[in-house]
Design a protein around this ligand. Structure first.
Ligand code: GLV
Length: 324
């Protein structure tokens, strides 16, 4: 009997085709997120699951999945999966790092440029018919050239953002638990500093750390208070890394000039305070959303799932200790 793979939601079809080569594929070909009862029912029979960041893969759910060998996430972040519970049950968890680095870094720069040059605000102004003439200070923003960019978390995406920022002649600071090897730090022209110093000195602060207990509200009341007055906060990582209510207060008080946010604490709900502000650019979690990247994320997740079920080593195990 072929192993059975449950695909929780719509994916690019190439991923389904990969899985169909060797497995029975139970494909929920819909954008609707599966409710917990559906997930429970499906996992009773599944040997593998291909899931997305919208699926809560809890310890309780894993306990009810007697045959499950692999949870393959179509994303680099996997905070929706109880990895400890999976590990305890010998279930491999995989993700899709690497393939979305450039797309996510591109979107980060798009947000930086959007807030600096007020692009969405300017477009709204034109579309609603407010544009009557050219004025000397109409929608004047700020230059990136010579400004300081603070990158919090200098992994793959942080480094790709640094490469792009060089092209805009920005000074680059970064904070990370361990500094980059000196040659790479020099190549990126990026200086390793403590988080507090980064917040104090940066005109733009951009977040590129994974979400976990230790990064919950990493940017909270105290951190917002030490940020340079008039700075901008950019977040393309996970919403809960920022204390959203505190950010709204800092923006309302004009401690910050603006924010560019692709992720939120309670997606798809967006804080009413953010929606009411003109100086924030809000996007619906599209950091990696190019057709090529999302297709590759789906096929990589399928390959990871297939590898585990065939007894091979997957490319991207999150809990490699489970693999013998
Ligand atoms: C998207 O947010 C991802 O983690 O890949």
């Amino acid at each position: 009997m072929k192993p059975r793979v449950f695909v929780t939601r719509k994916v690019y079809p190439q991923a389904v085709a990969i899985l169909q080569e060797d497995f029975i594929v139970d494909y929920r070909d819909t954008y609707e997120v599966a409710d917990p009862d559906t997930l429970k029912r499906k996992l009773l029979l599944a040997d593998g699951i291909v899931c997305q960041l919208t699926d809560s893969i809890t310890a309780e759910l894993l306990a009810l999945a007697p045959k499950l060998k692999v949870v393959s996430q179509v994303a680099v972040g996997y905070d929706n999966i109880d990895v400890d519970a999976a590990t305890a049950r010998g279930i491999v968890v995989t993700n899709t790092p690497g393939v979305l680095t450039e797309s996510t870094a591109d979107l980060t720069l798009a947000l930086i440029l959007s807030v600096a040059r007020r692009v969405p605000e300017a477009e709204r102004y034109l579309r609603c018919g407010s544009w009557k003439r050219w004025d000397i200070d109409l929608l004047a923003g700020i230059d990136l050239n010579g400004k300081t960019l603070g990158i919090v978390g200098m992994g793959r995406i942080g480094q790709a953002v640094a490469r792009r920022a060089q092209g805009f002649s920005m000074r680059i600071l970064y904070s990370a638990p361990t500094p980059l090897p000196p040659a790479l730090g020099d190549e990126l022209r990026a200086q390793h500093v403590p988080l507090r110093m980064l917040l104090q000195q940066s005109d733009f602060v951009t977040l590129h750390v994974p979400y976990r207990e230790s990064t919950h509200h990493l940017i909270g009341v105290d951190e917002l208070a030490v940020m340079k007055r008039g700075a901008f906060l950019i977040n393309t990582s996970r919403g809960s890394i920022v204390h959203e209510a505190a950010l709204v207060a800092a923006l309302e008080e004009k401690m910050l000039s603006g924010a560019g946010l692709d992720v939120f604490e309670h997606e798809p709900k967006v804080h009413q305070g953010l929606l009411a502000l003109d100086n924030v650019v809000l996007l619906p979690h599209i950091g990696s959303a190019t057709i090529a990247t999302r297709t590759r994320m789906c096929t990589l997740a399928a390959e990871n799932c297939a590898a585990v079920l065939k007894g091979e080593r997957p490319k991207n195990p999150v809990n490699p200790g489970v693999l013998r």
